[in-house]
Design a protein around this ligand. Sequence first.
Ligand code: SF4
Length: 345
Amino acid sequence: MKGRCALAELKTSLWNCNFSHIYVEKEALNHEITKKILSHFKNSTFIEINSYKEVFSRRCQSFSAQKNSPKLILAVKKENFLYKGAEVCHDFGNSNFYYSSSIMNCIYDCEYCYLRGVYPSSNIVIFVNIEDTLKNVEDILKKHPLYICISYDSDLLALENITGFTAMWIELAKNNPNLKIEIRTKSANFKALGSFTPLNNVYIAWTLSPEEVITRFEKNTPSLKCRIESIKEAISKGWKIRLCFDPLLYIDSFERIYGKFIDYVFESIPKENISDVSIGVFRISKDYFKKMQKEYPSSLLLAYPFECSNGVLSYRKKHSEDMINFVYDKVSKYIEKEKIFTLEG
Ligand code: SF4
């Protein structure tokens, strides 16, 4: 028994701590955000590189192994400051729906995360020249309004203490009423935004799941209780709050677990302060899914016989409808139907 404990300990202590090594592109070296980020990691080893792709895009990396000890890469973004919103994502009735990607990868490790199928590495890339993205957005805003999700390929709020990016986006939204932004998060880090005045064109969108799902499938994320506490704090300050019950996962006792969960959420949060709610089942592009399955062959979640429609995999149509209808009916007991947005696989 002693031997087994020692082996387990060895396995955990073998890994370097997160961000033990920080790779910095030459071009990013003198950027103020680089200096700010590096000041948080005085004990890390810094390595200068020419391009983030040298480290991030190498062949034959293991996404799952790197998750045990992710490294940080600081880089300069040269193109693609905005991407068109994907069809599998909610636009909440907004036109000109885009998302930005100033950070690639996430400090959390959800088993269903599409990033597992997108990137060759789970090291985290931060593009320090956020001002170029903001400038690009301002230029477009001169022509037409924009709805931008700023936290899709990462959890921006979870990293706010080291980047300050969310604050910069909020500042931009403050000066541009024709810009609407969504800050999606699973973090419990609302306090990082505590000093800002709430804005009508900024939505903080919390993804919520039953505690059973968080424990099994959302590794390293804050508990449901902690997320709820953070939401309550944001509500008390007057922020617009969006709740995302997305992705719904098919688990044993789905109705009992999700039913109890929805009741708990709306009994804990003043419902009149919720701007809207999104509901969606797990869905993913076929190509990303293939890569995820290869990287995580023992995942029970990914072993489900999903159906493919137009290149997107999800639960069978009837099954998706049943899951969504169940949650929709529960949510609509608390929230007006016009505020509920659903998306099937
Ligand atoms: S919080 Fe979102 S981005 Fe981060 S690992 Fe989970 S699903 Fe992926």
